[in-house]
Design a protein around this ligand. Structure first.
Ligand code: NDP
Length: 300
């Protein structure tokens, strides 16, 4: 069998198109333009690239984009004061502070300072709780993107065996919550799991969020299973020349795609969905702030 490639790049493009339509409708019918504020502290080049991509895509779908670039040595109190100001602004519906922040700033204080109603990364305990019990609100972006790809490919997930490898607060745990909400039978595996290949062999759906290059192998996969590879790992690529790198996922793509029914590539699978879902969350929070039911195609 050769697996169908789940094209996250194309899906994300379609999703951004739908977001742009919802934004236009919010403007026309309610006079609301969703606004996303992004805070970046310091000059980490990778973070700069992420933040610039987020700002560009925010503007492209017709939303307001506000960017705050703070010096590497900015006092923590100043970051907290900025968050407080943004919490109180009516034209800002989503706030995110690009992580990691420099060591003198306490990440937990930043997360706790965000108004949960504007926490579009879905880090706050209040929002994590809402995801778990199925209340409306923002949903963690990468798991939401993965869920959208799974629903698009498989339709109803009810009764399917799903194995999530990884139990981080950012990906693994919320992914498991969302799959459970869709009535999958969910197993969460982690570094202490015994006989992971045997656990994976039972899975109709595997979501790999580990951070170990090409760890999931062909002989772990039940024939026809759907494999979502969240991992993004930079590995040396001497075949491309000295000092060159390439990106690979947590799944051995070449081997697994000979057995799986469908698979997300890296790059071009889950990655592009993450920013698109950040924009979707901003539409959701803008709607909720104004007493409007959020569009069902942008949330879990
Ligand atoms: P974390 O490092 O926070 O979590 C990794 C998880 O993998 C942990 O729960 C850990 O278990 C588990 N793990 C580690 N080694 C093994 C092993 N040998 N067998 C089974 N489980 C193992 O990572 P994240 O969840 O933040 O990210 C995971 C990957 O996803 C990374 O490659 C990251 O770059 C990528 N990512 C991609 C995004 C995207 O937009 N596509 C967004 C976010 C992340 P334990 O808890 O026991 O230590």
């Amino acid at each position: 069998m050769t697996a169908k490639i789940i094209d996250g790049k194309a899906f994300a493009e379609g999703l951004r198109g739908r977001i742009a339509e919802h934004v236009a409708q919010l403007k026309a019918e309610h006079g609301i333009t969703p606004g996303l504020a992004v805070i970046i502290v310091g000059h980490d080049p990778a973070s700069q690239v992420y933040v610039n991509n987020k700002a560009r895509q925010t503007s492209e779908v017709g939303m307001n984009s506000f960017k705050y670039e703070l010096a590497e040595d900015v006092p923590e109190a100043e970051v907290l004061a900025l968050i407080n100001e943004l919490n109180n602004r009516e034209d800002v519906h989503g706030i995110l502070c690009q992580l990691p922040v420099p060591k003198h700033i306490d990440e937990t204080k930043i997360i706790n300072a965000l108004n949960p109603a504007k926490d579009v990364d879905c880090f706050s305990p209040e929002n994590v709780g809402k995801v778990a019990i199925g209340l409306p609100g923002p949903v963690p972006c990468t798991p939401l993107g993965s869920l959208m790809l799974l629903r698009d490919h498989l339709g109803d997930l009810s009764g399917l065996n799903a194995v999530v490898i990884g139990r981080s607060n950012l990906v693994g745990k919320p992914m498991a919550s969302l799959l459970l909400r869709d009535s999958a039978t969910v197993t969460i595996a982690h570094s202490r799991t015994k006989d992971l290949p045997a656990v994976c062999a039972q899975a109709d759906i595997i979501v790999a969020a580990v951070g170990r290059p090409e760890m999931v192998k062909q002989d772990w996969i039940k024939p026809g299973a759907t494999v979502i590879d969240v991992g993004i790992n930079r590995i040396k690529a001497p075949e491309r020349g000295e000092g060159k790198f390439r990106l690979v996922g947590d799944v051995d793509y070449k081997g697994v795609s000979e057995v799986a029914g469908a698979i997300t590539p890296v790059p071009g699978g889950v990655g592009p969905m993450t920013i698109a879902c950040l924009l979707a969350n901003t539409v959701t929070t803008a709607c909720l702030a104004n007493g409007i039911t959020p569009p069902s195609d942008l949330t879990a």
